[in-house]
Write a protein that binds this ligand. Structure first.
Ligand SMILES: [Zn+2]
Length: 249
C-alpha cells in the first residue's frame, strides 16, 4: 500500500494508493530549491520564503503526480472548520477541500498539523483536510464528512481515511488553556510524562473518524517534529510547509 520512491537520489517521498483509484503523496523537505529555514521543498507561499522558489517547488511537487502546478488546489488555511468545494484557480479560506473532479490535486499544507485524506470509493469523491489541534478540537473531520454526504451522497461505510505525517505525542507537549480543554474533552488522548502533558492528535482524529463510521484508516507513523526530513513548526518556528496531496486517478 505504501512505498517510498527515490528520484535522482535526493527526493524521498511517500506515495500511497487507495484501491489503485486514488494517489496520495506526502512530501518531505527534500528535493526542492529553497534555502535557509525553507530548505528545500517548501510548498507554503505564506511563510516568508521567496515566492519564485515556492512556485518552482510546487511545479516539482505537481510533477510527482505527472501534473503541473496549475492543477494543485491549495487553501488559505485558517485553523477553522470550513469546508470548500475545490475549484481550479481558487484558494478559498478553508481547512478542507472536497471534489469528484479527477483533474484536480487537493493539497493540505502542514508543519506538524495532521493532513487527513478521505476517499469514497463508491461515489469516487475525495476530501483533503487540514486537522491541526484547533481543527481537531473543532471536529473538522465531521464537517468534511457531512459535506461529502451532502454534495456527493457519500456513505461513510464506503470511505477510507489516510492520516499523513504529523507531530506525535512524543513531541506535542501542551499546557495552559489548551491542556485544560483537552483534559475536559479529550482526556484519553493525553499522556502524562514526568509532570508534563502530551497530546495524541491522531487519537482524536481516529476517534472522530470512527464516531462517523469510517473504520478503514491508515495512519503514517512519522513524527514531523522528530524526523528532520520534515518541516516542523514546533521544532523550528520559522520553517517551510510539507504538503499531502490527493488525486483521483
Ligand atoms: Zn516526536
Amino acid at each position: 500500500m505504501e512505498r517510498y520512491r527515490q528520484d535522482n537520489g535526493s527526493v524521498l517521498m511517500k506515495e500511497i494508493l487507495l484501491n489503485k483509484e486514488v494517489k496520495i503523496i506526502s512530501s518531505d523537505r527534500t528535493g526542492g530549491v529553497s534555502g535557509g529555514a525553507y530548505k528545500s521543498l517548501n510548498l507554503g507561499l505564506h511563510v516568508g520564503d521567496n515566492p519564485l522558489n515556492v512556485e518552482k517547488n510546487r511545479e516539482i511537487f505537481a510533477s510527482y503526480f505527472g501534473a503541473n502546478a496549475k492543477e494543485l488546489c491549495f487553501m488559505e488555511q485558517i485553523h477553522g472548520s470550513f469546508v470548500a468545494a475545490a475549484k481550479k484557480d481558487d484558494t478559498p479560506k478553508a481547512d478542507a477541500l472536497i471534489t469528484q473532479d479527477k483533474s484536480l490535486i487537493l493539497c493540505v499544507m502542514s508543519a506538524d498539523c495532521a493532513p487527513v485524506i478521505l476517499y469514497d470509493s463508491d461515489k469516487k469523491a475525495v476530501a483533503a483536510i487540514h486537522a491541526g489541534r484547533k481543527g481537531a478540537f473543532l471536529d473538522i473531520i465531521t464537517a468534511a464528512i457531512l459535506s461529502m454526504k451532502r454534495d456527493f451522497k457519500s456513505e461513510t461505510e464506503n470511505m477510507q481515511a489516510f492520516i499523513g505525517p504529523s507531530i506525535k505525542s512524543c513531541c506535542y507537549e501542551i499546557e495552559g488553556e489548551v491542556l485544560k480543554e483537552a483534559m475536559t474533552r479529550f482526556s484519553s488522548a493525553l499522556q502524562e510524562r514526568e509532570g508534563r502533558w502530551f497530546l495524541d492528535l491522531q487519537k482524536i482524529i481516529i476517534a472522530q473518524l470512527i464516531a462517523n463510521g469510517v473504520t478503514n484508516i491508515t495512519a503514517d507513523n512519522t513524527c514531523t517534529c522528530c524526523d528532520k526530513n520534515y518541516f516542523s513548526y514546533r521544532r523550528d518556528g520559522i520553517c517551510g510547509r510539507n504538503v499531502t496531496g490527493v488525486k483521483i486517478l
